[in-house]
Design a protein around this ligand. Sequence first.
Ligand code: FEO
Length: 404
Amino acid sequence: MKPVEIKKDIFWVGAVDWNSRDFHGYSLSPRGTTYNAFLVKDEKITLFDTVKADFHDELLCSIAQACEGTPRLDYIVVNHLEPDHAGCLDRIVERFHPEKIFCSPMGEKALRSYYHHSQDWPVVVVPTGTSISIGKRTVQFIETRMLHWPDNMISYIPEDKIAFSSDAFGQNWASNERFVDEVDSHALDTALGDYYANIVLPYSPVVLKTLDALAGMNLDIDMLCPDHGLIWRGKEAVAHALDSYRQYALQKPTKKAVIVYDTMWHSTEKMARAICDGLSDEGISVRIMSVKHNHHSAIMREVFDASAVLVGSPTHNNGILPLVADVLTYMKGLRPQNKLGAAFGSFGWSGECVKIITEHLTGMGMEMVEPSVKVKNLPSHETYQACYELGKKVGAAINAKLSA
Ligand code: FEO
């Protein structure tokens, strides 16, 4: 890849991973992703983050081009230690012998536990409020703990009105474009929400605090550079990124429900469709998502901005089907808020499915809409009616929330 000059003497030197489909090891990334690193040419040539280890050679090549054939790094700023951003840090340190390596207090802890041989590295810890000079420019550091790891921080250069935000405001988006204004805005918003739903959602309270803190600092930002995806260029684009995160973090109710299910002999599937009819008749937009046909991260994208989650499974070996358990475990970790829940399913003899699903959903703090529906073997006309009524009841509860 060629480096891209994004502001005078500031270069994108990252890598595009066109083939990434398994982001961070648990979430789909159907468009691929990027690992963004940035080089600022000042009296101290400063690199902000590195790339995933597989792309080390590309990073070297981009640094060499940006430095016009005589590569040099004086400072490295490590905004985040996760291996997709610091995976080749050791090789970069060995090659360039930087004068200083800056990271957050939690970053230092992570650095020592990832790089056991780093005792001699010239690490400088930069808590929130610290700033350094790199020549004509200063760099200010703002810790963003748990957004989405304890070590994350934002680096801000006031002279250029540019912020490097590590994972925050990122999207999984592989392309030859580097800026958000070069792509379709609707697709971009989908990618931004997808990333938030699967990576950032559990830390929504931290997002709100961070946004308030940034607003309180009156930072003048006209370029926001996340470590994944496209760069937010211009004040309007930056405001859109910040406002989208505020809306996502608030998790306000919407006129939408998601039915998640698995099925053995189609009884639970038929129940899902009858429930959908009831929701539809209340004017609710419904997504029916079979866990066999939808990855847990695709399901979470839909759950993220829905008001209700209705989960169905047959009883299997006194439990629920394993793919339903997978989705529920994944969902619990992402801590969705302000959701209604409902349970349904079929059984042959013991019939624990509804009880187990209810335990999962109440364990996530969901307010259950009752009665849940359970049927032995095949649904009857009465079962379909009960499923329809459950859908209607959930729909009415969503409408009540929206009008409250
Ligand atoms: Fe993309 Fe938290 O690393």
